[in-house]
Ligand binder design. Structure first.
Ligand code: HEM
Length: 104
């Protein structure tokens, strides 16, 4: 459909595999991916999770994170700097980031 061509979208992912450290590793390699590498999922629409997921909120590849805060705090390896930035934020900045994620 012509209307759908050439649109700019913001999926909030680079769609790449990243080494997320031993805490998130399942040590089961798949193809070229090691057991510590995961694809960055699109954060676009993540705010709808509580309304559409039958099991409630469950983030990360195995659903271990029950909140967005927990999902961010599990970041390690290539995501460690983001986790530390989140940890260092003021309470109000954290709340603003979570509100932003829920708005996507
Ligand atoms: C402020 C920065 C960041 C925020 C707010 C953020 C947030 C999130 C959230 C909420 C999830 C869970 C998504 C879901 O379960 O659907 C996630 C997963 C993930 N993020 Fe980030 N992230 C950030 C930075 C990064 C960086 C810098 C990397 C890597 C270079 C990264 C790599 C990943 C990967 C690979 C996953 C999937 C992990 C898994 O399934 O176990 N993130 N992120």
């Amino acid at each position: 459909m012509a209307e759908l061509r050439n649109q700019t979208i913001h999926p909030y992912t680079d769609l790449l595999l990243h080494d997320m450290g031993p805490g998130l590793a399942d040590n089961l390699g798949e193809g070229n991916a090691t057991g510590a590498e995961w694809r960055t999922p699109p954060l676009w629409s993540i705010g709808l999770t509580p309304g559409v997921s039958r099991t409630g909120e469950a983030y990360l590849h195995d659903g271990r994170a029950r909140t967005l805060d927990e999902a961010i705090l599990w970041h390690d390896g290539e995501g460690a700097a983001s986790r530390e930035a989140f940890r260092a934020m003021s309470v109000s900045d954290r709340a603003a980031l979570i509100a932003f994620l829920k708005s996507l």
